[in-house]
Design a protein around this ligand. Structure first.
Ligand SMILES: [Fe+2]
Length: 275
């Protein structure tokens, strides 16, 4: 059996792939990144021992989070306690993890629960300095409202959390806003970078073009939904008119909170709200 690589290095950034397997299949992969002694995101709770080893090996002194989702924060409280270090995030993430993050039963089953954590808030103008690098938080809502990307201007690196993932996507969570993601991606493509350290699909070259591809896909999608909406169609009709296909396993297992139709619902909801 082939053993898949799980540790990578590019231009001084060390990054690690953490997967979760159920019934012998990989059901989720996430990456965490290490810049000098700074750890970006903390992987799923079920990878606790692995992320601890990685953090110890790199003598991690500080954690920053891209957002509150369980595949990024599953070990933040544990690592803070174990290593006696602080963790920083957007003020909305500080609130969510401070109160305790309520997860769906399926998310809990997949990733394990996320413990409460007392994080420290950072603002966009709070530059995070390490020995060799400077990272600027960039507020990029749309996937969720506490999402930061981190930009290393001198190196041309963008740690993009969950904003890219792929050039084209097929499914959306019910809380996501496609139009807000378009605005966030526009903010990012105005920056100078080539490396896209995406939390699920890192690209060490041509990263800005990948993000532009995603922007184009979203703009085309939103444009089509908008024109059907203006002709008087509702979200369900638009979904059918666009010839989109549902993944009913996703839809029913998540009680409709993660499915293809949510992409159309997201645009229609925003069009109604923005009128
Ligand atoms: Fe996420």
């Amino acid at each position: 059996m082939a053993v898949r690589k799980f540790n990578y290095e590019f231009d001084g950034v060390h990054y690690y792939r953490f997967s979760i397997y159920r019934l012998g299949s990989n059901v989720q992969t996430v990456y965490t990144f290490i810049v000098d002694d700074l750890l970006i995101d903390t992987a799923q709770r079920y990878n606790r021992e692995n992320i601890l080893k990685v953090a110890q090996q790199h003598a991690v002194k500080k954690i920053i989070l891209t957002h509150h989702h369980e595949d990024h924060t599953g070990n933040v409280a544990f690592l803070m306690n174990e290593l006696k270090i602080d963790a920083y995030a957007h003020p909305n993430a500080v609130k969510i993890l401070g109160k305790g993050y309520r997860m769906s039963p399926l998310a809990k089953l997949m990733n394990g629960s996320v413990e409460k954590a007392t994080l420290k808030p950072i603002a966009e103008n709070d530059i995070i300095e390490t020995e060799h690098y400077s990272l600027q938080p960039i507020y990029t809502p749309g996937h969720c409202d506490d999402h930061y990307c981190y930009y290393e201007k001198n190196k041309g690196w963008l740690f993009s959390g969950d904003l890219y993932v792929a050039d084209k996507i097929k499914y959306f969570a019910n809380y996501e806003s496609l139009l807000t993601q378009i605005e966030s991606i526009k903010k990012l493509v105005a920056l100078d970078f080539d490396v896209l350290f995406c939390s699920h699909n890192p690209k060490t070259h041509g990263g800005k073009q990948r993000l532009k591809n995603k922007l184009q896909f979203f703009e085309d999608f939103a444009g089509t939904v908008t024109s059907y909406y203006e002709q008087g169609h509702n979200a369900r009709q638009i979904f059918a008119l666009m010839g989109m296909k549902e993944n009913y396993v996703n839809k029913y297992l998540t009680l409709g909170s993660f499915c293809a139709e949510n992409m159309v619902h997201s645009v229609v909801r925003d069009l109604k709200n923005r009128k």
